[in-house]
Write a protein that binds this ligand. Structure first.
Ligand code: ARG
Length: 481
């Protein structure tokens, strides 16, 4: 038993007792209980936020008259010292002290007697809530930077290949021609919405729960707004933002779930992009080449070059989605307020953040090392069937109702199939006219791909001018950072 030997009768309690259960318990937890309930193995990474939160709390305790100036100074210096030791890898985490909060506070109290006053008006329940909010706020900012980077990589790959046209697909069947850049810009749009969701969730993360105590606040004259300001939990005008209900303050994990939900959707977007890249790099499509450094070989088949980065990104979306489900399930049956179940939140949150960040970064790097096989794209885009809809539009321009035009072009395609798949652009005017008298000599112009792309002028369409306009727009807005 980890703590069975400690003396409960000693007049000066051991540091570990100061921050745990002295007085109430006659023995420490059984070794397997301690091992089962510790969280230091994963929450140690909140140490910066824990120290920052403690310094803000202590600063406020001093202005409230609970600490004197010397005590505050000792606590601050002690915490900063511990921080630099952790940073240098010279701090020993003790699993018997359960979590990051108790590890740091116990060590502080061992060094600085005033440390025993630090936890005044505070509980680990509001402490862990503030730590995770601080951590997630930074994480969202870092992730947003990575997503911007991925958008840049997509726009640059599109710009480097601005003239390349490929078939666009529905049902994974060739549909209509699109610029390669237009296809990539679709992902830039998705990522922009992802950024909006993260920014929105950040608003609700950026609220300070300190002062909620264990469940019911404190009878002491704490200054919650002061702490919030010190920790930059402020709105755009610099006004402090504090949680408005102590019970909600200690048990709200919505902000984590929002982050995990936004991440799950981001992961789904990355997975879809990965799937496109995997298809494009296959011999069947052959639209792109991925540099060796971003692929792997096969241990058996010497010729293989596999798009593993894309496959793993597609695969990892599964765990990100799973993490969201785990958190929702964790919360759904919990009675108010804090329950130890909530300790299970952090590994899912950390795993989500780490996974999406790596996937975003690796995808961007892979795209920076991807080249387009222009000949293969041109060959695929030259399929005149891609312009069957343009042929119907041609008839519509001559006054034919679209439903009829659709039917007539269907007959043209049937004629092509019946004639050994004669390409649409090789059908003679006489043959066209035999199908429908509306066709005239100018029908050949429909199959000029360049003209076809120029005709697409609607906002958001894959037309020549429009895609250039969109590339310019994104290049300009992403240059701003
Ligand atoms: N390690 C705990 C967690 O992650 C910190 C809060 C513990 N609170 C408590 N009352 N045991 O949730």
């Amino acid at each position: 038993m980890a703590r069975s030997q400690r003396s409960n009768s000693s007049s000066t309690p051991a540091p570990s007792d100061i921050v745990s259960r002295s007085g109430r318990f006659s023995s420490g937890p059984a070794a397997d209980v301690a091992a089962f309930s510790e969280s230091i193995s994963f929450d140690w990474r909140l140490w910066r936020q824990d120290i920052r939160g403690s310094i803000a709390h202590a600063t406020m305790l001093q202005s409230a008259g609970i600490l004197n100036a010397a005590e505050l100074k000792a606590i601050r210096e002690g915490l900063e010292q511990i921080g630099s030791e952790i940073e240098a890898g010279r701090f020993t985490w003790k699993p018997e002290l359960e979590d990051v909060h108790m590890n740091i506070e116990a060590e502080l109290t061992r060094r600085v007697p005033a440390g025993a006053k630090l936890h005044t008006g505070r509980s680990r329940n509001d402490q862990v809530a503030v730590d995770v909010r601080l951590w997630l706020r930074d994480e969202i900012d870092a992730l947003a930077g990575e997503i911007r980077g991925l958008q840049r990589s997509l726009v640059q790959l599109g710009s480097r290949n601005a003239a390349v046209i490929i078939p666009g697909y529905t049902h994974l069947q060739r549909a209509q021609p699109v610029y390669f850049a237009h296809h990539l810009l679709a992902y830039v749009e998705m990522l922009e919405r992802d950024l909006g969701r993260f920014a929105d969730g950040r608003e609700r993360t950026n609220v300070c729960p300190l002062g909620s105590g264990a469940i019911a606040g404190s009878t002491l004259p704490l200054d919650r707004e002061r702490v919030a300001r010190l920790l930059e939990f402020v709105d755009a005008k610099g006004k402090p933002r504090v949680t408005q209900n102590s019970m909600d303050g200690v048990s709200d994990r919505d902000f984590m779930i929002e982050f995990c939900a936004s991440s799950a959707l981001l992961a789904v977007h990355l997975s879809r992009l990965s799937e496109d890249l995997i298809l494009w790099v296959s011999s069947e499509f052959g639209f792109i080449r991925i540099a060796d450094a971003y692929t792997t070989g096969s241990s058996l088949m010497p010729q293989k070059k596999n798009p593993d980065v894309a496959e793993l990104t597609r695969g990892k979306s599964g765990r990100v989605i799973g993490n969201l489900m785990a958190l929702l399930t964790l919360l759904k049956g919990l009675p108010m307020t804090y329950n130890r179940d909530l300790q299970e939140d952090k590994e899912r949150l950390f795993d989500t953040a780490d996974t999406v960040r790596r996937c975003v970064r690796l995808t961007a790097a892979m795209l920076d090392n991807t080249s387009v096989r222009a000949e293969a794209c041109a060959a695929a885009a030259a399929d005149p069937l891609l312009l069957a809809t343009d042929l119907a539009d041609y008839l519509v321009r001559k006054g034919m109702p679209f439903r009829k035009a659709h039917h007539v072009v269907g007959a043209v395609v049937g004629f092509s199939e019946a004639n050994n798949n004669k390409p649409l652009n090789q059908i003679s005017v006489a043959e066209f006219q035999a199908i429908d008298g509306t066709f005239t000599d100018d029908v050949a112009s429909v199959f000029d791909l360049k003209q076809a792309m120029a005709r697409r002028t609607l906002t958001g369409s894959p037309g020549t001018r429009e895609v250039k306009r969109q590339l310019d727009r994104w290049t300009r807005s992403l240059a701003k950072g």
